[in-house]
Every structure is written in structure tokens, then in C-alpha cells.
Design a protein. Structure first.
Length: 268
């Protein structure tokens, strides 16, 4: 093993943990995020040292990490604290499907597993292309409203919007999906959703259960096709809102099932 490669990595979010396990490089992981659910055994194998916007810096330092990996500006304060203690930090900021594939390749190269990472990315890309081809067989593409949070209402981030398209649907707020920050995807006026008449509503309220009955009771939403036809669905946030392999596998599969079920009813 080269001394130039990181040996003790703290993963501040779930996706680096999932990727490193998939590459067979889990022995390099010293600590993980408390939100990690993939793979399940990581929670038993590794100490949990952080949430998303907070971390136990003393606990992290006690693990003697030589590298830490996080995601987005939301973890800037954690990164700054670790850098001040001499820990090298990589904060990824990918927001698209292509970005996730690139992240897999970069992380693999960082730990000396470039070939395995290329193979993993290729497998993920093949799944995406298969889903895209299958979507061409749908009789019609449903309009989809994806809600990341309810108070305030926040629409889909870019990779989710793209996955909706790959699965055969059309995000009703594609312009908002280009915004990287959640505050820039806030749907301040619920009437905007009514006006765009989604056929399907998908909730993935990060950290809490999606309540379809609450959505259905929103004023004026009773005539929205998705509410009228009972097309309100939940995809658990770890499957779709983590910018790693989960979104491109189980997350995409969940989207495909929802869209295919809707399409089958249209044929009937």
C-alpha cells in the first residue's frame, strides 16, 4: 500500500462510505456520518462522528484521520474546523447524474482504486441507459412534482430532476433544479404546483416521514391530477437525496416503478 494514499478517512456524509465499500476499500474508513444507512453493516463496523451540519470534532481527531470527505457548502464549518487541526479535507459539490459518476471515479482514484471505480461507474451508467431506453416505451410521460421538504416546500435538486427524466417523467420545476442551494428551490406559492398540474407527486422529506394526507389537504390541491388520482408516493431520502450510487440504483428503480405503475393505469 502506497504511503501517499489516505489510510484513515472520515466520511462526513453517506456517499463516500457507500462508494468505498463498493470498491472494497472500506478498511480505509475511520469514521462515518450518523445518517449512514448504506451499506447497513457500516453502522456496525465504523464509529459515527457527525451529523450533516455538525460534527464531534474531538471524536474525529481522536480517530487520527489523514483525510476527511464531505459534501457541499453546508459542511463548510466542519471542514474549516478540521483544516485548522491539520486534517486534509475534500468537500465535493457535484449536483448532477454525470457529477455523481465523476465523483465515483475521482474517489476511486484518490484511494488507488481507479480501475475498480471506472468499472463501478460503467455499471451505473449502463443502468441509467437501460432505464432511459425503457422509458421510450411509455405511452405518455407524466408530469412529476418532487418535494424534498414541506415547510417550506422545496422542489427537486438537479440529480433528482434528471433521474425523473431518465425514468420517463418530466419534472414540473426543471428551472429550479438548476439551483444548487435548497433556498433557491423554495416553492413560495403552492399555486405554482396547482398551475403545473402534476400527474404524480413524490415526497422525500429528508429526516421525516412523507405525509401524503397532509399534501392532499393543501388548499386548492384537490383538483391536481396527482391528488385526484391518488398518485402521491414516498421515496425514502437515503435512496434518492444522497449524491452517490444509491440515487442511481435504488433511487432510480423507485422512480421507475412509480412512473411505470402510473403508465399502466393510463393504458387501462
Amino acid at each position: 500500500m502506497s504511503d501517499s494514499l489516505p489510510r484513515r478517512i472520515v466520511c462526513l456524509t453517506e456517499e463516500p462510505t457507500e462508494v468505498l465499500y463498493a470498491l472494497g476499500e472500506e478498511h480505509r474508513i475511520a469514521g462515518i456520518s450518523g445518517f449512514t444507512v448504506r451499506p447497513a453493516r457500516a453502522r456496525h463496523d465504523k464509529p459515527r462522528v457527525s451529523a450533516f451540519t455538525s460534527a464531534n470534532i474531538d471524536k474525529i481527531l481522536a480517530l487520527q484521520p489523514d483525510f476527511a470527505i464531505g459534501f457541499s457548502d453546508m459542511q463548510a464549518d466542519i471542514a474549516q474546523a478540521l483544516v485548522r487541526h491539520g486534517v486534509e479535507v475534500w468537500i465535493a459539490n457535484h449536483r448532477s447524474v454525470d457529477g455523481i459518476l465523476g465523483y465515483v471515479r475521482r474517489l476511486g482514484a484518490l484511494v488507488g482504486a481507479a480501475d475498480k471505480a471506472q468499472a463501478l461507474a460503467g455499471t451505473l451508467q449502463a443502468r441509467i441507459e437501460a432505464a432511459r431506453r425503457a422509458a421510450l416505451e411509455l405511452p405518455r410521460r407524466p408530469r412529476v412534482y418532487f418535494e424534498e421538504w414541506d415547510e417550506p416546500m422545496i422542489s427537486a435538486i438537479r440529480w433528482v430532476s434528471e433521474l425523473i427524466g431518465i425514468a420517463g417523467g418530466d419534472d414540473i420545476f426543471p428551472e429550479r433544479a438548476q439551483a444548487g442551494l435548497g433556498r433557491d428551490r423554495i416553492v413560495a406559492d403552492p399555486a405554482e404546483v396547482i398551475a403545473r398540474q402534476p400527474d404524480i407527486i413524490i415526497g422525500s422529506w429528508c429526516g421525516k416521514k412523507f405525509r401524503a394526507e397532509h399534501v392532499a389537504r393543501r388548499p386548492g390541491w384537490q383538483d391536481v391530477p396527482a391528488v385526484r388520482d391518488g398518485e402521491l408516493h414516498e421515496i425514502k431520502s437515503p435512496l434518492i437525496l444522497q449524491p452517490g450510487p444509491a440515487a442511481l440504483t435504488d433511487g432510480l428503480d423507485a422512480l421507475r416503478r412509480i412512473v411505470a405503475s402510473w403508465a399502466a393505469r393510463q393504458r387501462g
